[in-house]
Design a protein around this ligand. Structure first.
Ligand code: HEM
Length: 125
């Protein structure tokens, strides 16, 4: 299989999660159930795919402390993304901080995943 297929697929799923997220918030509360379901499923699929890609790359190198630290940061950002997302789906109003976290973490997660993959690639040479 083309080695770029899995990372590219993961990136596509992540962009789809961001796209469905904007679609969801453009409709406001109460959220459209189908759009919310698609957003959650795509988000889950992208997180699982990212995990598989990074785990696969980890096996190809002897990970440095920087790589491990970046992977842990990525994991923590994903947890923040999912917890803030889950809180936003609650019926009761949630604090603006949660909404801000869910707005900022997608970009931070994207940067962190790319940085992790970049650092793994660098340690191969
Ligand atoms: C890879 C994971 C995810 C990404 C990249 C992502 C991305 C986004 C983005 C970009 C928005 C639009 C934010 C804005 O208005 O500027 C959004 C909204 C939203 N997301 Fe996610 N999301 C993810 C996971 C989740 C999960 C797991 C849930 C629920 C369990 C969730 C629930 C929501 C809800 C309810 C909104 C609407 C927020 C509002 O308008 O008040 N998200 N998401």
């Amino acid at each position: 299989m083309n080695i770029m297929l899995k990372p590219a697929g993961t990136g596509f799923l992540f962009l789809l999660a961001i796209g469905t997220g904007f679609w969801l918030s453009s409709q406001g509360k109460p959220f459209h159930t189908a759009v919310l379901t698609v957003h959650k499923l795509v988000a889950l699929a992208s997180a699982v795919a990212a995990f598989i890609v990074v785990r696969g790359l980890f096996k190809t190198v002897d990970p440095s402390t920087a790589v491990i630290a970046m992977a842990v940061i990525t994991g923590l950002l994903m947890v923040a993304l999912f917890v803030s997302g889950a809180l936003l789906t609650l019926d009761s109003p949630v604090s603006d901080i949660i909404a801000t976290i869910h707005k900022v973490t997608p970009t931070l997660t994207l940067v962190a995943v790319v940085a992790t993959i970049y650092l793994i690639g660098k340690s191969n040479h």
